[in-house]
Write a protein that binds this ligand. Sequence first.
Ligand code: AOF
Ligand code: ZN
Length: 389
Amino acid sequence: MATAADTDAMRRAIELAARGLGSTSPNPVVGCVITDASGHVVGEGYHERAGGPHAEIHALRAAGVLARGGTAYVTLEPCNHTGRTGPCAQALTEAGIARVLYAVADPNPQATGGADTLRAAGVEVAHGLLEDEAEAGNIAWLTSVRLGRPYVTWKYAATLDGRIAAADGTSRWISSPESRADVHRLRAESDAVVVGSGTMRADDPHLAVRGIEGATQPLRVVIDTDAAAVRAGARVLDEAAPTLVAVAQDAAPVPYVTAAGTAHGDTAAPVPAAGEAVPSPEPDAGGPAVLRLPRAERGLSVPALLAALHERGVRSVLLEGGPTLAGSFVAAGAVDRVIGYLAPVLLGAGPAALADAGITTITGALRLHVTHTDRIGTDLRVTATVPKG
Ligand code: AOF
Ligand code: ZN
């Protein structure tokens, strides 16, 4: 039976795990708290970056000999494999941990089995404490393992009547400064930020994280189907973060000129077979990487794009605009979560946040589940998830 103290310790482990958001991919976020035999917290840790020590190891190091006879609270089932680091199930046993409570079972076939190993070594093991919270905190990685594609959040800022720009195209600034700062936090927690060619042309967005110290920059992805929207000197081509430009397989080769004035391109890229993504120069080679993808009914194939991003270790995608791109993701069933910043502003005319998503009748409407409503500055932020299945 879990006590109130057990719940507190697991809640703390979930908080610790969240510190890794944005810097652990392709690995999960994981937090761990260790209490001694009398229930005092003697060690805490979280997974900080892929390839680094797992959360349990950080917490065990902090606890030292005080871990003996104690309890470990872990947000994810301890691993059972030797990957880039040794198996945590074994490390916990060797440290003399008497009891392990974990929130979510590890769906990764390579790492699973830690609970059985611990039990076989005589450790008391229980699963499921604060499982829903821990699942929500690690949703990007869990979704990626289960579906083989990144977790996709579509974010938009609109007026209360659902418009993202006025009829003449002007849009600065609909949302409050606080909402715009919040978007930088979302970017920092995401592995990739994606925009379409319309947004590229209209806004020349920068897409990097600003104003958050120590933030990991996301991969900036521009969907430029006909290789015509990303122009020389575009802000997205600067050095602030890596950039990937996705174009159609048959689009003309385009040499991109970076802000620094050097030309980079994909002129040597072979035309791949349908459905196949072509590896391109790494973004840190100086210019944007170019990814050639199959065309779809509308723009590029969303599943092919997500598969290529997953292949590159991207576990979470933030879709930042515009309405056409969001429409094609919704139509492809590839949106997991929606975050809308609604400003108390009316326009009465102008484009809607979401363009055609292939829905023509009310029974086809995509019905969401609201998980949070928050006041951000003068705006209302609504977070909603798309029910699975
Ligand atoms: C982590 N951090 O704190 C825990 C993980 O790439 P490796 O060898 O470090 O192993 C990653 C797998 O280990 C990961 O996919 C997950 O199944 C398991 N647990 N991973 O990166 C952690 N506890
Ligand atoms: Zn581990």
